[in-house]
Design a protein. Structure first.
Length: 342
């Protein structure tokens, strides 16, 4: 099999933490299967694979087994549905992650391979990570992205935090399905006819799927990003202000509030200063697991400090309770404005 250039790069990459964010059916599992085979043959290595389903876990083992059988049949000591052991002591085990990741407890690994990691439950990562504690091992992760945040909250998923790579820990690869299909070298296996048929299929998928569905499945984009008015990169470029050290009584301040309560989401308090015709953010505060009276009191406390010109509050859902209290308070009822965002 002839690998694409980007696949060869991943196979040769010796980085400790490698992440592939991708569109569907481009050969992601295939390339990490080749990488696993090579590492197992090179030296005694223990690889622990997590997949989202039992069938996917078995498929990973089958793919590694097929690659070993091509030229290294004599090196195989034992094969099972969920594991392979080589004569040099190397082994690869594959497990479905389930809801808690308990299938990984008790194991030690040199490499963790998180297959389709964006769809893992967050607790599974908590269970599997300690398997690397005594080995200082590597992590490989490949997935079509699912979402940036956990169950609609503002808490980032493990996969997105790794993809975001703010601490530069990960080597990131990003490939879309159309890009791979268009640029894959023509060979005896990958003919012009196959490429033409695949591109036609992608056109059909783009026509029948929603924009969100197509961009997630084939362009490898996070669903949250598809629904955003402004991309994260553009927002970050506008974040040029320093947080002021003082509150000035002669300035015009405005407060925006998004209300959460006792769930996983957070209440957000965004404070802006009007300078001529432009608003500048001067403060950002969040609270977690607070009651509506506590949120109301927090707003009143901020109002005493900033003397807001206006308080704009998301008044739909649970936010309406806080809005009602603000509307009967003599200090806030004339400056409170409801914002209905849904």
């Amino acid at each position: 099999m002839k690998y694409d250039g980007w696949q060869q790069d991943i196979i040769k990459d010796v980085s400790k933490y490698i992440l592939l964010c991708k569109g569907r059916q481009i050969g992601g599992t295939t390339v990490f299967s080749e990488k696993a085979k090579n590492r197992m043959l090179e030296k005694k290595t223990s690889i622990l694979v997590g997949s989202i389903t039992e069938e996917q876990a078995k498929l990973v083992i089958l793919m590694v087994k097929d690659k070993l059988l091509e030229k290294h049949r004599s090196q195989i000591a034992e094969t099972r549905l969920t594991s392979i052991t080589l004569k040099n002591g190397s082994e690869i085990r594959s497990r479905p992650v389930g809801t808690m990741g308990d299938a990984f407890r008790g194991f030690t690994a040199d490499i963790n391979w998180f297959n389709e990691g964006s769809k893992w439950p967050e607790l599974a990562f908590v269970s599997i990570m300690p398997t690397l504690m005594t080995t200082g091992g590597d992590i490989w992760m490949d997935s079509t992205p699912f979402g940036k945040y956990i169950n609609g909250t503002t808490k980032k998923t493990f996969f997105f935090k790794c993809f975001e790579n703010l601490d530069k820990t990960w080597k990131i690869y990003y490939k879309t399905s159309p890009d791979v299909i268009k640029n894959r070298e023509i060979t005896e296996e990958w003919t012009k006819e196959k490429r033409k048929a695949s591109l036609k299929f992608l056109k059909y998928q783009e026509a029948i799927l929603s924009n969100l569905e197509y961009r997630q499945e084939y362009m490898g984009e996070f669903m949250d990003e598809v629904n955003q008015w402004f991309p994260d990169e553009l927002i970050r470029k506008q974040m040029t202000e320093e947080r002021p050290q003082n509150i000035f009584k002669d300035r015009e301040y405005y407060l925006g509030v998004d209300v959460a309560r006792m769930g996983e989401d957070e209440s957000s308090f965004e404070i802006f200063e009007l300078r001529k015709e432009h608003l500048y953010q001067v403060e950002n505060q969040i609270t977690k697991k607070t009651t509506l009276p506590q949120t109301y009191d927090h707003i009143l406390g901020l109002h005493k400090l900033y003397d807001f010109e206006k308080i704009l509050i998301d008044s739909e859902g649970i936010g309406v309770g806080v809005f009602d209290w603000l509307m009967v308070n003599d200090d806030t009822k004339r400056i409170t404005i409801p914002i209905d965002n849904s």
